[in-house]
Design a protein around this ligand. Structure first.
Ligand code: GDP
Ligand code: MG
Length: 442
């Protein structure tokens, strides 16, 4: 799969301190191959890899992330960007009813989506009506009626008197009915063909002209592959659409179609359909889809948090100190622990991130209350004691214990741990690390 390929590409970067031109080229080649294998359209692949290459070479040096993490971050950001940046909301009409027209090939998942949309709209406090304007296939109307029943949403179907045989009339009378009965959203299901077809396009365009939809959603099967772009372009030209819905995302498809359609048509993906049940439906989140494509969601979350928790300047200052005269003080120790407290919430995920072994071990034994205790103890010390803990004799220690509400034993333990940390920081500095969690090279 694409994610396997990308993981492989990234893993070859682990353990490198810096990205060379050759590293970047090798990774970009791998990403390119992987995207093509995932059926992402060639022009999309080209522009994508060009952007990633450019960003990787322009060396946005991050002190919080090692090189492989940096590339993951760039790829993720670019994927998210292509998929529309942030999630877009469905647009509702100022004066109800809001009309949503569904368009797409036969089997794309329109009728199924009508039920899901209806169900979701109802849960959001709307009163939707489904309209059966697919009169092409023999059982299409009945299918929508069953779907509506499962979703608990009424269906407007052709009957003598409201447009038998004429999908445009059914759509028009359906919207009129909704106005009459105060349904506030109308979802119009339409016919599709197996391939793009002039008559079908004309019918969809006629329905569009009859009901003036607020949204036209192009429903596309995520497993359709390279054809997605051709189909999307045909619909964009023949009917036009304001948004995309990706169906069958529960399958193996990693979403190459999604990338291509969104990029080529510039229309945002609004929803994702993920199964046959009425509840298998969600708002589309570009960032989550990018994670899905990368299949590295947890790692990405971790990278974000590491960046946030990590104050690069602070860390550099500390690294300099250690590299210099080894002047790692108790105050520095406290700062380090406070940073670890921030990292503590993601203890579980640390196992997944390359190069985090060292810090993970520390976190295993890390007690967040410990930070407060250390803080109290360090605050009860004089500046001279903080600078040079060697002067802490027995009477100083009991004074500090009294002042901080701790015991001499706890102070002894703290000083032992401080010595260990100091040793560890020195060895990390010698290994060329930047001395802090996020900067540990993989
Ligand atoms: P339409 O021709 O565009 O109306 O497509 P349908 O809604 O009839 O769906 C075609 C087939 O795909 C049906 O068997 C659906 O049950 C199935 N289907 C639709 N959406 C999904 C989905 O998100 N996941 C899965 N697994 N199947 C789906
Ligand atoms: Mg249908």
């Amino acid at each position: 799969t694409l994610s396997d390929r990308l993981s492989a590409a990234f893993s070859s970067l682990r353990g490198k301190g810096r990205l060379s031109e050759a590293d970047i080229e090798a990774t970009v080649t791998e990403i390119r191959r992987a995207l093509l294998d995932a059926d992402v359209a060639l022009p999309v692949v080209r522009s994508f890899t060009a952007t990633v290459r450019e960003r990787a070479s322009s060396a946005e040096v991050s002190r919080a992330l090692n090189p492989s993490q940096q590339i993951v971050k760039i790829v993720n950001e670019e994927l998210t960007q292509i998929l529309g940046g942030s999630a877009r909301e469905l647009r509702f009409a100022k004066r109800p009813p809001t009309v949503i027209l569904l368009a797409g090939l036969q089997g794309a998942g329109k009728t199924t989506l009508a039920g899901k949309l209806g169900h979701w709209l109802r849960s959001e406090g709307h009163t939707p009506l489904l309209v059966a304007a697919d009169l092409q296939r023999p059982n299409a109307v009945q299918q929508l009626q069953i779907v509506g029943e499962n979703a608990g949403v009424p269906v407007w179907a052709p009957e003598p008197g409201n447009g038998t045989g004429d999908p445009v009339a059914v759509a028009r009378t359906g919207v009129a009915h909704a106005k009459d009965r105060y349904y506030d959203v109308v979802v119009v299901d339409t016919a599709g063909r197996l391939g793009v077809d002039a008559e079908m396009m004309r019918q969809a365009a006629d329905i569009r002209d009859a009901v003036s939809p607020d949204e036209i959603l192009f429903v596309v099967d995520a497993m359709i592959g390279q054809d997605a772009v051709t189909t999307a372009n045909a619909f964009a030209e023949g009917v036009g659409f304001t948004g995309v819905v990706l169906s069958k995302l529960d399958g193996d498809a990693r979403g190459g179609a999604a990338l291509s359609v969104a990029q080529v048509t510039g229309a945002p993906v609004l929803f994702a359909s993920t199964g046959e049940k009425v509840t298998d439906f969600e708002r589309f989140h570009p960032d989550r889809m990018a994670s899905r494509i990368l299949d590295m969601g947890d790692v990405l979350t971790l990278i974000e948090q590491a960046e946030r928790a990590f104050d690069a300047d602070q860390a550099e200052e500390m690294a300099n100190k250690i590299a210099g005269d080894g002047d790692f003080t108790l105050a520095d120790f406290l700062t380090q622990m406070q940073q670890m407290k921030q990292l503590g919430s993601m203890k579980k995920m640390l196992g997944m991130l390359p190069g985090m072994g060292q810090i993970r071990e520390q976190l295993e034994n890390f007690d967040e209350r410990e930070v407060d205790r250390v803080e109290a103890i360090v605050r009860s010390m004089t500046p001279a004691e903080r600078e040079n803990p060697k002067i802490l004799n027995g009477s100083r220690r009991s004074r500090i214990a009294r002042g901080s509400g701790t015991t001499v034993t706890e102070i002894n333990q703290l000083l032992d741990r401080f010595d260990q940390a100091k040793t560890m920081m020195r060895s990390m500095a010698r290994n060329g690390g930047r001395g802090m969690p996020g900067g540990v090279p993989g």
